[in-house]
Design a protein around this ligand. Structure first.
Ligand code: PLP
Length: 414
C-alpha cells in the first residue's frame, strides 16, 4: 500500500498517547478508538495541568486588580494571546481577540464589520461546503440588511469550483466567508488563492479555520485574510475558548460587539469611550482558565511540530481512505485531491446513525449525522454520513479497528 509505519515520522505516537489519559479508557469493554476529533479533540495532561494550576495557584480576575494574583492571572492571559499570535503568525498580539469559539468569532464579524459594510442589494459570497456557523450569521445579516447570500458550488469530489467562485465576485460583493478545511468532507480550500481573488476586487475575506488549525501550520500574513476564526476545543484546548484574528485596521474601524466592563475606557450616561483593540471586543470577564489552557495546547502542538503533525496525519488519512474504500458497500463522500483529517462515508443499506451506534459498541467513536453542514448532505443526496476524523494521537490500529467494526456493520446489514 506504500504507506509508512508510525515510527517513520518525527513523532513518537506511543509517548504522545500517554499524554492523553482519556485514550486509555475502555468503552463497552473495548479499548477506545477515538475518531471524532473534528467534533472535539481530547486534551493532553499539559493542558489539564495548566488549568488546574491556574485555579489552584493563580486564580483572580484580570486587568483590573492591583494585587499579586490579579497581576499573575493577567500576565498568563496576555501570554496566551502572544502564543496565539505566534501560532498563526499574526503581526500583532492586539489582532487576537478571545471569544467563546469559532461560532462566536464569525458572529462577531457578521454583526459588527458586516453590519457596518453591507446594505440592501449587496452580496455576501460563501461556499456550498460551509459549516452552519459560517452560513447562518451571514443569512441573519442578509435578513437584517436586505443583502443577498451567494453560494459558490462544489464538484462531485467535494472540491470548490474555483472559477465559479471567482465568477460570483462582483461589484456588489461586500464580503467573502470561506471555510479553510471542511468539517464534513475534509477538503482543504486553496485559501491563499481565494483571498487574492477577492482582494483584487477590494473584497474582505473571513476564513473559518476551525478544522485547519489542528492539522497544519496557519500563517495569517501569508494567507493575507482579513479575519480568521477558530475554536480551542478542536485543537486540544478546553471548550468555551476560541479566537478571532482580525487585521488591526479593521478591528480599529469596527464598532464593538458586546458592551460592558473591560471594553471601555470611560463611561458616563452622556458618552462612553471604547477601549483600544483587542479589549474593545472582550467585554466582561473572559474565560481566563480556557485561555491559559489554549496557550498550553499551543505549546504542546509546537513541541511536537506542526510539520510532523501534518505529515503523520496525511499518511494516516491515506491509509484510512484506502482501507475503508476497499470495503464492499462503503462509499466515501469527499474525495477532493487536497484533504485533511476527515473521512465521511456511508455503508450501503445501513443508516449512518446505526453505523455510529454499532461502531460505538466496538469502542470506535465516530460521528453520525449532518455534521452541521446540511447543504453538503443535500449536495451529495444523503441525509447524513458517518465521519471518522483524525488527530495526531490516532494510529493505524485505530483505523484497523474502524475497518473491522465497519465490516461487522456490513455483515449485519448484508
Ligand atoms: N467551522 C467549522 C468548519 C467547524 O467544524 C465547526 C465546528 O464543528 C465550527 C466552525 C464551529 O465551531 P464551534 O462549535 O466550536 O464554535
Amino acid at each position: 500500500m506504500g504507506v509508512a509505519p508510525e515510527h517513520a515520522f518525527a513523532l513518537d505516537v506511543d509517548k504522545i498517547r500517554a499524554d492523553f489519559p482519556i485514550l486509555a479508557k475502555e468503552v463497552h469493554g473495548k479499548p477506545l478508538a477515538y475518531l471524532d476529533n473534528a467534533a472535539s479533540s481530547q486534551k493532553p495532561l499539559a493542558v489539564l495541568e495548566a488549568i488546574d494550576h491556574y485555579y489552584r495557584a493563580e486564580n483572580a480576575n484580570i486587568h483590573r486588580g492591583v494585587h499579586h494574583l490579579s497581576e499573575l492571572a493577567t500576565k498568563k492571559y496576555e501570554d496566551a494571546r502572544e502564543k496565539v499570535r505566534a501560532f498563526i503568525n499574526a503581526e500583532r498580539a492586539s489582532e487576537i481577540i478571545f471569544v467563546r469559539g469559532g461560532t462566536e468569532a464569525i458572529n462577531l464579524v457578521a454583526s459588527t464589520f458586516g453590519r457596518s459594510r453591507v446594505g440592501e442589494g449587496d452580496e455576501i459570497v460563501i461556499t456550498h461546503m460551509e459549516h452552519h456557523s459560517n452560513i447562518v450569521p451571514w443569512q441573519m445579516l442578509c435578513e437584517q440588511t436586505g443583502a443577498k447570500l451567494r453560494v459558490a458550488p462544489i464538484d462531485d469530489r467535494g472540491a470548490l469550483i474555483v472559477d465559479e467562485f471567482e465568477a460570483l465576485l462582483g461589484e456588489r460583493t461586500k464580503m467573502v466567508a470561506v471555510v479553510h478545511v471542511s468539517n464534513a468532507l475534509g477538503t482543504i480550500n486553496p485559501a491563499e488563492k481565494l483571498v487574492a481573488m477577492a482582494h483584487e476586487r477590494g473584497i474582505p475575506v473571513l476564513l473559518d479555520g476551525a478544522q485547519a488549525v489542528p492539522h497544519h501550520a496557519v500563517d495569517v500574513q501569508a494567507l493575507d485574510c482579513d479575519f480568521y476564526a477558530f475554536s480551542g476545543h478542536k485543537m486540544f484546548a478546553p471548550t468555551g475558548i476560541g479566537v478571532l484574528y482580525g487585521k488591526q485596521k479593521h478591528l480599529e474601524a469596527m464598532p464593538p460587539y458586546q458592551g460592558g466592563g473591560e471594553m471601555i475606557t470611560t463611561v458616563s450616561f452622556e458618552k462612553t469611550e471604547y477601549n483600544v483593540v483587542p479589549h474593545k471586543f472582550e467585554a466582561g470577564t473572559p474565560n481566563i482558565a480556557g485561555t491559559i489552557g489554549l496557550g498550553a495546547a499551543i505549546d504542546y502542538m509546537q513541541a511536537i511540530g506542526l510539520a510532523a503533525i501534518e505529515a503523520y496525519e496525511h499518511d494516516l488519512l491515506d491509509y484510512m481512505t484506502s482501507r475503508m474504500s476497499a470495503i464492499e458497500g462503503v462509499k466515501v463522500i469527499g474525495t477532493a485531491p487536497e484533504k485533511a483529517g476527515v473521512l465521511s462515508f456511508n455503508i450501503e443499506g445501513a443508516h449512518p446513525h446505526d453505523v455510529g451506534t454499532i461502531l460505538d459498541r466496538e469502542g470506535v467513536a465516530v460521528r453520525a449525522g449532518h455534521h452541521c453542514a446540511q447543504p453538503v448532505m443535500d449536495r451529495f443526496g444523503v441525509p447524513a454520513t458517518a465521519r471518522a476524523s483524525l488527530a495526531f494521537y490516532n494510529t493505524r490500529e485505530d483505523v484497523d479497528r474502524l475497518v473491522a467494526a465497519t465490516e461487522k456493520v456490513r455483515e449485519i446489514f448484508a
